[in-house]
Design a binder for this molecule. Sequence first.
Ligand code: SAM
Length: 288
Amino acid sequence: MRSLSIHSASAELASLTKRRVVYILPSGGHTIMTVKKSVPWYSERAGFFGPLYFVEYARALTPQRTRREVRFVIRTLGLRPGARILDLACGHGRHSVAFAREGLDVTGQDLNRFFLESAKEAARTEGVSVHFVRSDMRRIPFRSRFNAVVNLFTAFGYLGSDVEDAKVIQQVAKSLKPGGRFLIDTQNREWLMRHYRRSRNERLPSGVVVTSERRFDFETGRNQEIRTYRLSNGRKKVFKLDMRFYALNEVIRMLADAGLSYERAYGDFNGRPYSMDSRRMIVVARKP
Ligand SMILES: C[S@@+](CC[C@H](N)C(=O)[O-])C[C@H]1O[C@@H](n2cnc3c(N)ncnc32)[C@H](O)[C@@H]1O
């Protein structure tokens, strides 16, 4: 495969997949063609949120970290046993399962079957009941149901435009009960800018070598990355990531546009205030 430069890559990224399509011709006959179809980088077919995600993030996502995050959410949102919570983009269910263990009534929603299956297995192993739903975050199939919605570990800003991201917040607002709260946890854009690394080259404990080329587009606020995993069997997997990083004032505006009132921003899961030195931006809002 040709090597990809981030500047020329948008049309020829790893998430291009080959598909065979039958075209019906005007004559009534047909022809079969192989076409390349572009799929969103975060989709199941693109494969970024698949087994390699665990290889990359296993070190970061420790049980202690999850416990701290869950305790913070429960305390900050004032959730009591029996409260209904939606874990939006729940991934492999690390928070969903822990919330259920704390007695909450949990729904986990995600787009990727691979993660949902891991989440279901984790719930079974822990002996807790969680309702898992497969759906894009632009469609939350509930209305006025939840006391809280959470979106954790930078699971926002993936969609193709600000308009698409705004739909997610609108769906969150719809799914909350009056008085319900929304907590969103993403990487802090101001910190990212101060510590920006254009490239990365690292050997993970598993032996997989990760290299990245990154570029921040100031006009769109999007961070674009080409990430390559070199596996120990010599194979190579290349993914493109393309994420919008919002400044706090932009998030507050999106919340307001969806009818949610901004309450507070934190800089970490110990409750420290948000600043340009915080790695995280944790925003809490309320549905009036
Ligand atoms: C960085 S992971 C975070 C997972 C989980 N919240 C955690 O803290 O471990 C992002 C998650 O978003 C999910 N996701 C990506 N695009 C999505 C979409 N359009 N709709 C719903 N979920 C999506 C992925 O499948 C993945 O599980």
